[in-house]
Design a protein around this ligand. Structure first.
Ligand SMILES: Cc1cc2nc3c(=O)[nH]c(=O)nc-3n(C[C@H](O)[C@H](O)[C@H](O)COP(=O)(O)OP(=O)(O)OC[C@H]3O[C@@H](n4cnc5c(N)ncnc54)[C@H](O)[C@@H]3O)c2cc1C
Length: 547
């Protein structure tokens, strides 16, 4: 007989997305089990390089944004993005981004005016993943089963039974749960088991990642250090990221210009060309990884009681640092809906909104990111030998390439649209009105209260974030204290829907909100707005809770 477990939600995969989902469910009072193949405290991948502002807002709510902000590059290490002939070569352009220690006070830079209480944090996964794990492990409602591999599940009308295996003892575990979520990465078994298929472009580019220790490099940088260097020279283009701000660096080399395949590429030569160093320069390879850049989105994110999130549901080239962060947005979207049904204030109909909301958004993101990836690839292919010339042609080439590089870099690395611009259309649990949401691109957005958009952020008196004033359930923002809200409050109470009324009297609130009442969901998206309560408040509450 397999050893038996019981939980409300079983999460397969304890990567950053599974861990975030587990933390959010536990925060909402639900018990959860995470099964994860890896050992507890196994060294994390060196992959993800940034936690987006939007993800930081989720972590702020969960109470660990501050802890995350303490780790990563030295507090005064610039987060700048530099395009240069090589890491040690002539600088072509620089996007100035404040160091983590200066984030609160910095006023210059293309993203410092973003309407958020928690800016993007450039920090590698090797530093932030242990913080996420420790936070989850401290949640009494969460249980992590490491060295445990999910094998298969059966779902019934009332629940799901999953079978997993202890990888050390070989013992089988049987886990009964109300819902199962596959956060099991790109080769997700859960995705295959629910009959979902990836649709899109299976191969966009092949890439080689080389993680090195090079203590001498820091002293060879020609100017102020940067977090990311994009090398643009006719021999080899690539990206280099500072990992610890002292001696470790991660280099991405994208296959191009007649490279037959990654194996035929001379990694040492590539590394030296990207860094701009000669044969005598000494460095140590810590690890390498070859990977394929894709654009794939699953054709469904759910089959009855089973869901997929993160890389299990979508994959694309991680330009702009928006792979894991899209998965964290999935987790934040799904957690409150699952909790709503488990906590008894929403019917299962609310769960239909997960696929309806997240699949179109991830599809849009996949296209925006693939478009920019194509522009970056084109830029790299077009670098001519002139860029290194000592004459006026060289000078003019550097100026032109530098300008083009700046535009691409700022769009990609300060991607406000991917953070704040996207909105949910066609959701069954949003009460839309006649106004269309403002268009957004990867880099641009307009804050709006059109239902489906992210509720615009503002600072309240005493520099308190509006988001910190939100309750754990719906928040009904009232911009005019004389406006009646008792109908909505009573309707919510009748259905046991958690609701907090938040009076907002900040001076800029009216310009941003333009309605006296705005109902904000548990994931900060606007569910409804108006200048007075609707004639039938119970209908509104029933709509936003899924039936
Ligand atoms: C080189 C590189 C750089 C990147 N940089 C960034 C970046 O800067 N920002 C960003 O947002 N994204 C970045 N990404 C993308 C990012 O790494 C992924 O989007 C992110 O890791 C997805 O998280 P996840 O939790 O969905 O999946 P994963 O991180 O893949 O985690 C899945 C987990 O599930 C476990 N698992 C799988 N199957 C089972 C099973 N059957 N039983 C038990 N456990 C199982 C695995 O062990 C793993 O821990 C980068 C990717 C690459 C390749």
């Amino acid at each position: 007989m397999p050893r038996a477990f019981k939980t409300s939600v079983l999460i397969v995969g304890g990567g950053p997305v599974g861990v975030t989902l587990a933390m959010d469910l536990a925060w909402r009072g639900n018990d959860v089990i995470v099964v994860e193949r890896r050992l507890a405290n196994a060294p994390p991948d060196v992959k993800c390089g940034q936690i987006s502002a939007r993800s930081m807002e989720v972590f702020r709510r969960l109470g660990l944004a501050h802890k995350l902000r303490q780790v990563g590059l030295p507090a005064d290490y610039p987060n700048d993005v530099v395009s240069a002939i090589s890491v040690t070569g002539i600088e072509l352009s620089r996007v100035s981004i404040p160091a983590r220690g200066e984030r609160g006070s910095a006023a210059t830079g293309p993203d410092t005016s973003w309407p958020t209480p928690d800016h993007t944090h450039r920090v590698n996964q090797i530093f932030f993943e242990p913080v996420l794990f420790a936070h989850l492990a401290a949640q009494p409602r969460a249980r992590i089963l490491n060295r445990t591999e999910f094998e298969h599940f059966t779902q019934y009308e009332q629940g799901v039974t999953a079978i997993a295996r202890d990888l050390d003892s070989g013992e089988r575990l049987s886990i009964d749960c109300t819902y199962l979520v596959g956060c099991d990465g790109a080769s997700s078994m859960v995705r295959k088991a629910i009959g979902a298929e990836f649709v899109g472009t299976p191969v966009l580019q092949r890439a080689q990642t080389i993680y090195i220790r090079a203590p001498a490099l820091m002293n060879m940088l020609p100017g102020k250090p940067a977090w990311m260097y994009k090398s643009l020279n006719p021999r080899r283009c690539g990206m280099t990221m500072a990992i610890d701000g002292r001696e470790t660096w991660l280099i991405h080399n994208y296959l191009y210009r007649g490279d037959a395949d990654l194996d035929s590429t001379d990694r040492d030569w590539v590394t030296r060309m990207i860094l701009g160093v000669g044969p005598d320069f000494r460095y140590e390879v810590i690890s390498t990884e070859d990977w394929v850049a894709r654009r794939l989105v699953a054709d469904k994110f759910r089959n009855r009681r089973v869901f997929i999130c993160g890389d299990a549901a979508h994959l694309w080239i991680p330009l702009g640092g928006y792979g894991m962060n899209a998965g964290i947005a999935d987790a934040a979207n799904l957690a409150w809906k699952l909790a709503a049904t488990l906590n008894g204030w929403a019917p299962p109909g609310i769960l239909d909104a997960y696929d309806a909301e997240r699949r179109p958004i991830t599809d849009q993101a996949s296209h925006l990111i693939s478009d920019i990836a194509q522009k970056v690839a084109m830029q790299q292919r077009e670098i001519s030998a002139d860029i290194e010339g000592q004459d006026s042609v060289g000078e003019a080439t550097r100026t032109r390439v530098g300008k083009e590089a700046y535009d691409l870099d700022v769009h990609q690395q300060c991607c406000g649209g991917l953070n704040f611009g996207y909105y949910y259309q066609g959701s069954p649990i949003i009460a839309y009105d006649d106004e269309s949401p403002p268009a957004y691109t990867m880099g641009t957005f307009t804050s709006s209260t059109v239902p489906g958009c992210r509720a615009p952020h503002l600072w309240l008196e005493g520099r308190r974030s509006l988001y910190d004033a939100f309750g754990p359930g719906y928040s009904l923002l009232r911009l005019d204290p004389t406006t009646r809200v008792s109908g909505i409050v009573e309707a919510a109470a009748k259905r046991n829907v958690p609701l907090t009324v938040v009076d907002v009297n900040a001076s800029e609130a009216w310009d941003l909100y333009r309605r006296k009442l705005v109902l904000v969901r548990l994931d900060q998206h606007v569910a409804w707005r108006g200048d007075r309560e609707p004639a039938a408040p119970l209908d509104l509450i029933d709509l936003v809770r899924g039936g």
